[in-house]
Design a binder for this molecule. Structure first.
Ligand code: C5P
Length: 208
């Protein structure tokens, strides 16, 4: 049976880096499910279509190609914002969850990260992690990352964005962001990614 590791948590908590490290270590396939929402949003924006027409957004969601997802073209802030708007639409979620579930069955194992993996997409996952950090730590990390890449960033604006995205992700009716009852909580506020990885490895090795 495929071994599934579900990693959920709010934006900028470090789950992307952690997921890639876990997938590399165990030789598992990795899917960043946020990219599926971002690709749907980008397709709408590129076509000049509205973000509030559920039937149109669903059609775009059905056409997302998991093999073609590339964070470097989907990372922009306005795409993330648009993604979180269409992510409240049940029919968009249904289409993307179907593709994500098909991916999760790949052998020998998969790591999926997102907001609803342990609760909705793969409730049968053998290991569930809920990776979080305080909003100010997440905003600070995002700020420092932009500066390190040579950009300019305003901490206060990023902090407000982080809080707004949390509210939208945690407050929506369909598949809100929350830890599964059987998820292990990993608060990385005062933990390096390496320390979080070591903690995750112990939990995974205990059931693998
Ligand atoms: O994680 P990322 O910032 O790439 O996700 C973009 C948006 O997609 C999130 O803010 C969230 O609204 C949505 N999303 C979701 N369910 C997932 C992954 C992402 O609703 N499993």
């Amino acid at each position: 049976m495929t071994f599934i590791i579900a990693i959920d948590g709010p934006a900028a908590a470090g789950k992307g880096t952690l997921s890639r490290k876990i997938a590399d270590t165990y030789g598992f396939h990795h899917l960043d499910t946020g990219l599926t929402y971002r690709a749907t949003a980008k397709a709408l924006l590129d076509a000049g279509l509205p973000l509030d027409d559920e039937a149109v957004a669903e059609k775009m969601a059905c056409e997302v190609d998991l093999a073609g997802l590339d964070r470097s073209v989907l990372a922009q802030h306005h795409i993330g914002e648009a993604a979180s708007k269409i992510a409240v639409m049940p029919s968009v979620r249904r289409a993307l969850v179907e593709a994500q579930r098909a991916f999760s069955n790949r052998e020998p194992g998969t790591v999926l990260d997102g907001r609803d993996i342990g609760t909705v997409v793969c409730p049968q996952a053998q290991v569930k992690l809920y990776v979080t950090a305080s909003p100010d730590v997440r905003a600070r990390r995002r700020h420092d990352e932009i500066i390190a890449n040579g950009g300019s960033a305003d901490y206060e604006a990023i902090f407000e964005d982080v809080k707004k995205r949390d509210e939208r992700d945690m407050g929506r009716a369909d598949s809100p962001l929350k830890p599964a009852d059987d998820a292990h909580l990993l608060d990385t506020s005062e933990m390096s990614i390496e320390a979080a990885f070591q903690a995750a490895k112990i939990l995974i090795d205990a059931v693998l």
